[in-house]
Design a protein around this ligand. Structure first.
Ligand SMILES: Nc1nc2c(c(=O)[nH]1)N[C@H]1C(S)=C(S)[C@@H](COP(=O)(O)OP(=O)(O)OC[C@H]3O[C@@H](n4cnc5c(=O)[nH]c(N)nc54)[C@H](O)[C@@H]3O)O[C@H]1N2
Ligand SMILES: Nc1nc2c(c(=O)[nH]1)N[C@H]1C(S)=C(S)[C@@H](COP(=O)(O)OP(=O)(O)OC[C@H]3O[C@@H](n4cnc5c(=O)[nH]c(N)nc54)[C@H](O)[C@@H]3O)O[C@H]1N2
Ligand code: SF4
Ligand SMILES: [Mo]
Length: 681
């Protein structure tokens, strides 16, 4: 039992899927949270937090928060539920699981989860053990960064970039396919510090957005063409002798092959592919080639393309050319989770799988899986995710969710659009109610979170839910009978990661946050986790995987049946679909907009603010148009994963996006998406 603070301020951490993993400071008055700010003592986030999380009390005390288990009473797709007890819910789930296992085997059960809560215990611990032991179909959790992370690791060996704290020393920032102001605000704070010392910030994107407005310069290119731009910059750097040959000799593999490839990418050719004028490619190449330290922040957006793996693979080769990895504040970063990687084998226990060959289902192809897999999926267990909004090809997803012979259980804090299709809905605690361990995929600090309030209603954490379900299913082994503290200790077992040495449950309890490597990290060049221990500009691993071993530009794959390429990224005020049901944040976003170039609008006779139909073979949605020069002709952008709202006409934009997988890592291709735009009658 925790003793909730009546009055005063306590520490917390932000649990959302955001790189910054901020330290929070939470004020209680008369036992209720009245204010959420940043923890000014947090070493990286230093007291600043985003507007979304300042309103986290609206979410925690939201009148529509789920407080009890519920059972569906009406047709799937409608919101008709009755309250039941946990006992009834547990009995129904375990009886169904047993029946499905005896009739079709456990692979007819599919978990569907992502990182709605980034806490280690509540995202990848007891749940994974449970489904492993059950022998359920495995889920390939490739919806977010899979293609880019794979592409980056072909070059660098893993998600290892520079320590963001070092970027205050940077002189040139390339913010590449990253909407930094919205999605990684503390990197903008560090860049602002660097700017005071003369640093320049260049934003390279397909959409002139908040980040472009904040940057010093904007480079506008066509979607999916970034590898060509990077090769064009390399072309200039190599041609003009700006390379650091000593660094390349000592720390890389295969630079000769890369030099040969880059020779083909003349600025004129790059202009044809990317739309960036040849003179600008020249200038960008020379500027990058002659500025040190330079830092490239590689975003997640640019890898949501058919060729997203190769795009990131190619960009990640740039810093080696000028020896940036050897300079403080120089290098690149796609993600930094390599530093604080936990003991996954101990935590998730894949060894419990009765049949290691059990099928794996891509979370990016949920529609196909529900409609076409044989033997069919008969139970879907959703937690930490909202697939009815976030997964691609919504019409197929929802058609699958509507199947009468599918039993869907969803554990969430709210009646999300996914809950509408669920047979049972279970109430989840907010992270304030849980003990957990947090790592960041950007900064290098680990943080322990102790619960700061009692669970609301009958809410249960993911950890508790799966621990109790394990018992009900008769899994009496010791590995299901652990406390949260014991499980954190297993996660922190540093046998596979020496940078965690000294970081334990106890030391975290005393220190609140601790840095991987203890603040004494060796240079990146001494830790590169590739097979060769070098930066692999030529990659044998890629050749073996049937991929081009040297960086190259490959075009997008969607046939050009439709005239526009639509990218559909997240917005400023929600986190994916989280916060989409909070009125104040909805008001700030107003409504989903379709950004279109004025030339296209003129051709189609569309006026600013007019509602149009956007369609392709997968489906259609309606939206208001914003006309201007924020996107290039032939390109459309919309932001935000909105909930269904019949009244205001919001529809899931993923109705339009493909289930096709990217070139690497089984990644999603949300942004490689061809559509046509029609005037409404
Ligand atoms: N406010 C807010 N913050 C978030 C989230 C959120 O929903 N809202 N989501 C969180 C999550 S889960 C993630 S993964 C990250 C994502 O955050 P980011 O890494 O910033 O990724 P996106 O916002 O998806 O896309 C980044 C940029 O890529 C651009 N882009 C699209 N296609 C291309 C291309 O081909 N080339 C180039 N150069 N640019 C392109 C988009 O216009 C966009 O500006 O943010 C996290 N933080
Ligand atoms: N078109 C398009 N689609 C996209 C993207 C895009 O840019 N464009 N971005 C993609 C990316 S990068 C990502 S990461 C995914 C994100 O997809 P999801 O991971 O599904 O993200 P959310 O929409 O935030 O949904 C998380 C859900 O988990 C719930 N939740 C939070 N905490 C807990 C908890 O402790 N327990 C339980 N049981 N539930 C909890 C939240 O209330 C919320 O409903 O979306 C992807 N989809
Ligand atoms: S969402 Fe991101 S920026 Fe906002 S408080 Fe959480 S970690 Fe910090
Ligand atoms: Mo993501």
């Amino acid at each position: 039992m925790i003793k909730p603070a009546m009055n005063g301020t306590v520490r917390s951490v932000c649990p959302f899927d955001c790189p910054d993993t901020c330290g929070l400071s939470v004020t209680f008055e008369e036992g209720k949270i009245t204010k959420i700010t940043g923890d000014s003592e947090h070493p990286v986030t230093r007291g600043a937090i985003c507007n979304k999380v300042r309103q986290l009390n609206d979410r925690v005390y939201h009148p529509e928060r789920l407080l009890y288990p519920m059972r569906r009473t009406g047709p799937k797709g409608e919101l008709a539920f009755e309250r039941i007890t946990w006992d009834e819910a547990y009995k129904e789930i375990s009886a169904r699981m047993r029946r499905i296992i005896s009739e079709n085997g456990a692979e007819a059960i599919l978990p569907y989860s992502f990182y709605g809560n980034m806490g280690v215990l509540n995202s990848e611990s007891m749940d994974r053990r449970f489904f492993h032991r059950l022998g359920a179909s495995q889920l390939d959790r490739a919806i977010c960064n899979a293609a880019g992370s794979k592409g980056y690791s072909y070059t660098m060996g893993g998600s290892i970039g520079i320590d963001p704290e070092d970027t205050v020393h940077t002189k040139l920032f390339l913010i590449w396919g990253c909407n930094l102001v919205s999605t990684n605000m503390h990197q903008t704070m560090l860049a602002t510090e660097a700017r005071k010392n003369g640093a320049t910030v260049i934003h390279i994107d397909v959409h002139r957005n908040r980040t472009s407005a904040w940057a010093d310069r904007f480079v506008h290119l066509r979607p999916g063409t970034d590898a060509a731009l990077a090769l064009g910059m390399m072309h200039v750097i190599i041609r003009d002798g700006l390379t650091d040959m000593a660094f390349l000799e000592q720390n890389t593999l295969g630079y000769e092959d890369l030099f040969e490839q880059a020779a083909e990418y003349t600025p004129t050719r790059v202009e044809e592919i990317t739309g960036v004028p040849a003179a600008e490619v020249e200038e960008l190449g020379r500027l990058y080639g002659s500025t040190s330290p330079s830092f490239i922040r590689i975003g997640n957006g640019l890898q949501h393309h058919d060729n997203g793996g190769m795009i990131v693979r190619t960009i990640s080769c740039l810093p080696a050319l000028t020896g940036q990895w050897g300079v403080q504040g120089g290098g690149a970063m796609k993600g930094n989770s390599w530093y604080s990687r936990l003991n996954g084998m101990k935590l998730e226990r894949p060894d419990l799988l009765p049949d290691p060959e059990v099928r794996t289902v891509s979370m990016n192809q949920l529609g196909e899986a529900l409609l076409e897999l044989s033997p069919p999926i008969r139970m879907l267990f959703v937690y930490n995710s909202n697939p009815a909004v976030v997964a691609p090809d919504q019409n197929r997803v929802r058609e699958g969710l509507l199947r009468e012979d599918l039993f869907t259980v969803t554990h969430d804090l709210f009646l999300t659009d996914t809950c509408k299709y669920s047979d049972l809905v279970l109430p989840a605690t907010s992270h304030f109610e849980n003990l957990d361990l947090y790592t960041s995929y950007w900064h290098l600090y680990l943080q322990l979170h102790e619960p700061i309030m009692e669970p609301m209603g009958e809410c249960k954490s993911n950890f508790t839910l799966f621990k109790e379900l394990a018992l009900l299913m008769g899994f009496e082994e010791a590995e299901f009978n652990l406390t949260e503290e014991q499980m954190i200790a297993e996660a922190l077992d540093s046998e596979n990661n020496p940078l965690l040495e000294g970081i334990t449950y106890e030391t975290l309890k005393t220190n609140t946050w601790m840095k991987a490597g203890g603040g004494k990290l060796p240079p990146v060049t001494e830790m590169i986790p590739t097979a060769s221990g070098k930066i692999e500009l030529y990659s044998d691993a890629m050749a073996q995987a049937g991929l081009p071993p040297v960086p190259d530009y490959t075009p997008l794959r969607e046939p050009d049946t439709y005239p526009f390429l639509l990218t559909t990224g997240p917005n400023h005020s929600f986190i994916n679909s989280t916060f989409g049901n909070q009125e104040r944040l909805q008001k700030l976003e107003k409504e989903p907009l379709l950004h279109m170039h004025s030339q296209n609008a003129d051709e189609l006779g569309i006026k600013d603010g007019e509602r149009v139909k956007i369609r392709n073979d997968r489906g259609e949605v309606e939206m208001a148009v914003r006309i201007g020069h924020d996107v290039l002709p032939g390109v459309l952008v919309t932001q935000g994963l909105w909930w269904d709202d019949q009244k205001k006409g919001h529809q899931a934009v993923n109705t339009l996006t493909p289930q096709r997988l990217a070139d690497m890592g089984g990644g999603a291709t949300f942004f490689s998406n061809r559509v046509e735009v029609l005037k409404l009658e």
